[in-house]
Design a binder for this molecule. Structure first.
Ligand SMILES: Cc1cc2nc3c(=O)[nH]c(=O)nc-3n(C[C@H](O)[C@H](O)[C@H](O)COP(=O)(O)OP(=O)(O)OC[C@H]3O[C@@H](n4cnc5c(N)ncnc54)[C@H](O)[C@@H]3O)c2cc1C
Length: 498
């Protein structure tokens, strides 16, 4: 055991992933979590007898999580059973249902059936995006803590392959001529809380990753990944303090020396890792006088992601619906504009519906269903009174869902429900401006220009989670924890492999 101690603020995916690795390396680790359970936005929500994933509902790219487990001396397979979801999802454009699969030949045939003449574009998409992904995946593993990293030969050589100066939508337009097909391969920009018409073209790799690597359902939901990570932390001798909010980071001479809890207790440590939402942490956990790059006035100018309006519904019957589906707005481009740059609610919404109980009976009582409904909406920069809008939007969304086969009379079958609005994301879950997917991922906020893993403003502070490099989304969040664990460890130990 080393003598060094680390305080981790937040037991979200990023905080859990770094705690596991540091414990395995021999650090003393305390994780302080304000909530009664681990997982943050990737935790379990229980309403009555029904269980839901609060946030992410499927898993992509398990290789990064496998690496986190390996770096913690564990094997992911021993902890988390996952079932592949096939088809990847059901995408509904009016009467048309597109069900892409990881079986490329099947997807090609489906494209030719529904969007004749676009099949060849699919093969070109797979070939070219593979190249892009191979280049990007190397860059995502690097810390980008200095301009030298940013200007490295590897980064400069990669640039022409990244489509960084194009948008996701314009890149997709090179493969497909049908708008609906372009949307089917570009809606993934929403995982970053962005519009495909603004999001850098680099992120077409998200749909490529789905089509090449597949999507997975962990038994019990994605929240169970967080629970199992907490098990590993406890097995390795770490302590997770639940119901223990941190009031502030203790700073002396521009160096963190520990944290002060809301209870008034002070916990001293050699390093502090921040997993709480980045914007929230800058505003609430640090004294403004200790910050330079991320003081309030500078933070205010940063772009943040859109938000989500959530309905978690316990339904008293089995539902014959796909595992998950997206009901696209008729005018999807306008819908995306409204909820991103427009800052207004849409008349014509796109809706994500997750019906996991069919595949996984552990989530709802027998014969019943846990139904998760996500509607992208503006963040709190928009002037929307959520107390007033919440019941109106609920009715509108349920009315729209009742037009779907299998969901007729849904309202009569709701046994329990919970609603989460952008205001709740901010007030209950400490999410800055209710921007559920953190800082935006535009070029000026990526890689070197994103808050660094080794925090620039204060020594002995490291960042993990969606607000630092490489970005929001579970695989990148786990990657941030791999990078930050390495950087923190390098301060103390010269290992042979460094
Ligand atoms: C509705 C929704 C859907 C999403 N879907 C996907 C998806 O499909 N795929 C995907 O990859 N990503 C998705 N995400 C985004 C992202 O992967 C998750 O939000 C993820 O949980 C973020 O992880 P994190 O480590 O950055 O922080 P968080 O999960 O936010 O964890 C931060 C933790 O810090 C704690 N905390 C905050 N303040 C304090 C304090 N003062 N003291 C102590 N603890 C504190 C919080 O309680 C929380 O537990 C989704 C997010 C949401 C909200």
């Amino acid at each position: 055991m080393l003598n060094q101690s680390v305080s981790v603020v937040g037991a979200g995916p990023g905080g859990l992933a770094i705690a596991m690795q540091l414990l395995h390396k021999g650090y003393h680790v305390d994780v302080f979590e304000k909530a009664a359970q681990v997982g943050g936005r990737t935790s379990r929500l229980t309403v009555g007898d029904f269980h839901f994933d609060l946030g992410p509902t499927f898993y992509m790219m398990p290789s990064v999580l496998e690496e986190v487990f390996t770096e913690s001396g564990r094997d992911l397979k021993d902890y988390i059973p996952m079932t592949e979801v096939d088809p990847l999802y059901t995408l509904k454009f009016g009467d048309i249902e597109f069900k892409p699969s990881r079986n490329h030949q099947k997807t090609y045939e489906e494209i030719e059936r529904l969007f004749p003449g676009n099949g060849n574009g699919y093969w070109r998409f797979l070939k070219r995006e593979k190249k892009k992904f191979d280049v990007v995946s190397n860059l995502l593993r690097k810390p980008f803590g200095s301009l030298t990293d940013y200007m490295s030969k590897e980064a400069i050589t990669a640039l022409p392959h990244l489509d960084a100066f194009e948008t996701v939508y314009s890149c997709l337009s090179k493969y497909f001529d049908d708008e609906r097909l372009k949307w089917a391969f570009s809606f993934q920009s929403k995982y970053l809380g962005m519009s495909a018409w603004d999001c850098p073209g680099t992120f077409t790799m998200l749909s490529y990753l789905e089509h090449s690597g597949g999507l997975f359902h962990p038994t019990g939901g994605v929240s169970q990944v967080s629970e199992k990570m907490a098990d590993v932390i406890r097995e390795l001798g770490g302590t997770i303090h639940l119901n223990t909010p941190v009031k502030r980071v203790l700073v002396e001479d521009k160096q963190a020396i520990g944290v002060e809890l809301v209870s008034g207790e002070k916990k001293y440590s050699d390093d502090v890792v921040i997993n709480a939402d980045f914007g929230y942490a800058m505003m609430q956990l640090f004294d403004q006088k200790d910050l330079t790059k991320y003081k309030k006035d500078k933070l205010d100018k940063k772009g943040v992601s859109l938000s989500t309006f959530m309905l978690y519904l316990g339904v008293d019957q089995p539902l014959d619906l796909p595992h998950h589906m997206i009901l696209f707005a008729n005018d999807y481009e306008q819908n995306v504009k409204n909820v991103t740059s427009g800052g207004i609610l849409s008349d014509d919404d796109s809706i994500y519906v997750h019906n996991p109980s069919k595949l996984d009976p552990t989530l709802a009582p027998q014969g019943k269903s846990s139904l998760y409904v996500l509607v992208p909406v503006p963040n709190l920069e928009a002037d929307i009174d959520w107390e007033k809008e919440q019941p109106i939007l609920r009715e509108k969304i349920l009315g729209r869902l009742e037009k779907e086969p299998g969901l007729e009379n849904l309202r009569q079958h709701i046994e329990v429900e919970k609603i989460v609005t952008p205001q709740d994301w901010q007030d209950e879950y400490n999410v800055y401006k209710g921007a559920t997917f953190n800082l935006a991922h535009n070029l000026s906020q990526m890689m070197y220009f994103r808050p660094h893993n080794k925090f620039e403003d204060i020594d002995h502070v490291f960042l993990v989670g969606g607000g630092t490099h490489p970005g929001s989304g579970l695989p990148t969040i786990y990657q941030s924890a791999l990078i930050s664990a390495r950087l923190l460890d390098q301060q103390y130990v010269i290992r042979e492999d460094n």
